[in-house]
Design a protein around this ligand. Sequence first.
Ligand code: ADP
Ligand code: ZN
Length: 619
Amino acid sequence: MPVPPALARNPERIAATAISVLNSVFGLPAFRGAQEEIVRHVTQGGNCLVLMPTGGGKSLCYQLPSLLREGCGIVISPLIALMRDQVAGLLDAGVKAAVLNSTLSLEEASAVEARLLAGDLDLLYIAPERLLTPRCLGLLARARLALFAIDEAHCVSQWGHDFRPEYIGLSVIAERFPDVPRIALTATADDLTRREIVDRLGLAGAPSFVASFDRPNIRYEIVEKQNAPAQVKAFIAERHSGDAGIVYCLSRAKVEDTADALTKAGVEALPYHAGLDASLRARNQDRFINEDGVVIVATIAFGMGIDKPDVRFVAHLDLPKSIEAYYQETGRAGRDGKPSSAWMAYGLSDIVQQRRMIDESNGSEAFKRVSIGKLEALVGLAETTNCRRTRLLGYFGEALQATQCGNCDNCLSPPLVRDGKVFAQKLLSCAYRTGQRFGAMHLIDVLIGRMTERVKQFGHDKLSVFGIGRELNEKQWRAVLRQLVAMGHLKPDTEAFGALKLTESARGVLKGETGVMLREQPAGTRIRASRTKSRRGDLAPAATDAGDPALLGILRAWRSQTARQRGVPAYVVLHDSTIDGIAASRPTTLTRLRDIPGIGDKKLEHYGDELIALVNAAP
Ligand code: ADP
Ligand code: ZN
């Protein structure tokens, strides 16, 4: 299969061979985006940096050149679970792949080393700390190498969120093996990280391939938090029944409660947080990865290195810390490109809670200022009445072609916006007249004119603002309040917990100089997953082209059983999109089956007859 060295500089020949290997080994008809250019560049011996979002298809960028070039491709990856699953997938496609990491016994490791030296491996996955040992470097020096792929390359960045000290040592690769091409890959795009990678991995002068960070198959939705467990239950029941998903909560207690509530509602939900026994945690993670349709309820400790392609939704019951964190977490949905949801329920108390966490942290003043800025950007995203995707990508410095993505809640069911100047003025005056010492609840009590103990205690019923806001109900006032915080006219006080203070910009609103447009809040309080009824074209479950449901069920059951027997995740056997393709086109011959994306030569050989028998036997 390797391109003979004499032809390695012939781009046309490489392109033709690349397509044929893409098809025969991976069962895929075409490259996606920049993959083809990257594969050609690396196969010709070039170094490069690849920035692609999660699910963008980074693996092929080094797997294919490893098959096309002479020698073995060395993949450096920090995550053992990920290596294991990737290797299982490759073996299934007939690629000679192996791992070298701490999970191997001495004998197993020697066997892998012998195969490497004998030229019997296409791809070898190595943990960075292992690679850096003199023994391993010596071994690599004696082997024929196709390339080095440094996956999760942002781990070299000391300022980044996933810094791994062992990655620093990887600069040795460029020094010791200057003639072997290096390809660094990451889904973290910011400029500083990019420069650090180039610096440390010796990639100066090498091209960067930057893909769009848009994830068009993910539907973004942010709803007002009322009763989060009930809302997430309704969201799953209405839109993602039977699907695999991740539900993020901030605290361990909330993880437990939510997992319980979902289990009682008949959802296969498992908890995951740092307080659980390590073996139970590992078991829950394995079940989530290996079984179909498991929901994991987790703190943010969960997710790094989870490569499951068919996560259909990511739900946040609490506000993350920043847009970066939100985008990374929601990005775990829909790696396979199929319709998926990123759903979040958020309320004023989230802002107050996050603010308190920042204030109480022992970070420096500069750190706190940066953190507050990041939180404000996220609140802005949550309260925007415009396209969420445009706002998200804009935050990362990328402009969307259109200003409307057509696949977020605000695009699908545009919120009504009205002039809210008078409401804003009433609320701001109320905060001002009560001394800027009270939280949302009390301010709303005063506006609505409720005679509570507190109102009596402070004599707030005597104020001119008492009862001036009866035209809105409590829920509507909360929405006004949140939006004023998001706009920066009000802010939670850092000293008095929960108290809301006016900012400099509030003056303009009170004087009538600054206009305030507010999202219209319906008066009802019925709990629904989405803010609107599921009509065609708005927030109904995203349509898929999946075929006959009966056959789909049969195929999924077969896949679960096959995966269990072989001890691999279900998606290693066949991806969801491949299962859907079979159910939709019902192939009755091997030739027709081979046309379905995801069925390469080896899969056809292993599973072809069984699959056709299932199709023929299905009603
Ligand atoms: P990343 O490592 O960038 O997160 P992966 O390499 O795991 O992404 O690929 C994500 C998904 O996209 C996988 O399910 C993979 O099979 C699929 N994929 C990658 N390239 C293609 C392609 N050219 N055509 C169809 N599917 C692809
Ligand atoms: Zn949109």
